[in-house]
Design a protein around this ligand. Structure first.
Ligand code: 13P
Ligand code: SF4
Length: 315
């Protein structure tokens, strides 16, 4: 089938089956264009929670689809490619966190949403890059905290809040491999450009950036900025939304050196139109989770959503 035929069939199956397509900003342009909701991980988790569609097709990575299932377990949740993982989610499992906790008695565990359901079940609170700083600030100052699995986001939050959270040694391989030196060269070649970066980037990159924020925060910042050129230190898929919102502005991506010249997340790009069509047609691959695990993993996510509402981060 051609792309046009695939898109037509996906739309047909979607209404026939009362399905909703949730797409992350890092998905390929064609998937973002046909998604019912496009957003960052926090916004998509909320859409998944409130949808009354019978089927949620999650065009993102595995931990995001799992979060959707945890928040809305009576729905069938599909992920076009079950292998669409995440280097952060891969960096630790439930047992790793249980062992880590034993080394730090008296600590609570705050986990970045980029982790498996098993790790969420071992956590006291979940956060996203969009609410991490405010949630950590809202915890009593004497709280001892383990932060998993992203040491870059955790280090950034430590620097912003003055906390001394113990960090699990995980990274996003896409953001962590971006280099400050490369950005500095780009800045010299483009003196009028503003650098925006995701807090999953390493500390050296964050230091040379003008604005650090989640995907949504970067989008808002660029929309409101009077500047015309931006060096974007995050996954290149976000450029689809940036260009759509700001046709008069220019965007440059940061290559991550030797490892990949494209700043693309290989996991996010595993979902294709064809796999999306097959998954809607076959209602597979499906996220299936044990009821007990859902209950355990749900508590810290609901706590995050409740705290985010109390703090005015979400409505
Ligand atoms: P957001 O929480 O900003 O959507 O980011 C998710 C992610 O995987 C970033 O690499
Ligand atoms: Fe995970 Fe990084 Fe890909 Fe986001 S960009 S899904 S953090 S590997």
């Amino acid at each position: 089938m051609t792309n046009e035929e695939l898109i037509h069939e996906i739309q047909r199956l979607k209404s026939e089956k009362n399905a909703v397509i949730l797409g992350h900003y890092y998905q390929i342009d064609e998937i973002q264009a046909l998604s019912d909701y496009v957003g960052d991980s926090l916004a998509l988790a909320r859409e998944a929670q409130k949808t009354d569609a019978s089927i949620i097709v999650f065009c993102g990575v595995h931990f995001m689809a799992e979060t959707a299932k945890i928040l809305n377990p009576t729905r069938k949740v599909l992920l076009p490619d079950m292998d669409a993982s995440c280097s952060l989610a891969e960096s630790c499992n439930g047992e790793d966190i249980r062992n880590f906790k034993k080394q730090y008695p008296g600590h609570i565990v705050v986990s970045y949403v980029n982790c498996s359901a098993e790790v969420k079940a071992e956590s006291d609170l979940i956060c996203t890059s969009g609410n991490a700083e405010k949630l950590i600030n809202a915890l009593p100052p004497e709280t001892k905290i383990i932060f998993a699995p992203d040491k870059n986001l955790g280090g950034y939050i430590n620097s912003k809040t003055g906390r001394n959270m113990v960090l699990w040694n995980g990274v996003c391989t896409v953001h962590d491999s971006m280099e400050a030196e490369n950005i500095l060269k780009m800045k010299i070649a483009n003196p009028d450009a503003v650098v925006v970066a995701h807090p999953e980037c390493n500390g050296a990159v964050l230091k040379v950036s003008d604005f650090v924020g989640s995907t949504k925060a970067m989008l808002n910042y660029i929309k409101e900025s009077g500047k015309k050129k931006f060096i974007v230190a995050t996954e290149a898929g976000i450029l689809f939304e940036m260009k759509k919102n700001n046709p008069d502005k220019e965007f440059l991506t940061v290559s991550n050196g030797e490892k990949c010249a494209c700043a693309e997340c290989g996991y996010m790009k595993m979902n294709t139109l064809e796999k999306l069509y097959n998954c809607l047609r076959d209602e597979s691959p499906e996220i299936v989770l044990d009821t007990e695990l859902i209950e355990k993993a749900k508590r810290p996510i609901v706590r995050m959503l409740d705290m985010s509402a109390q703090l005015g981060i979400i409505k």
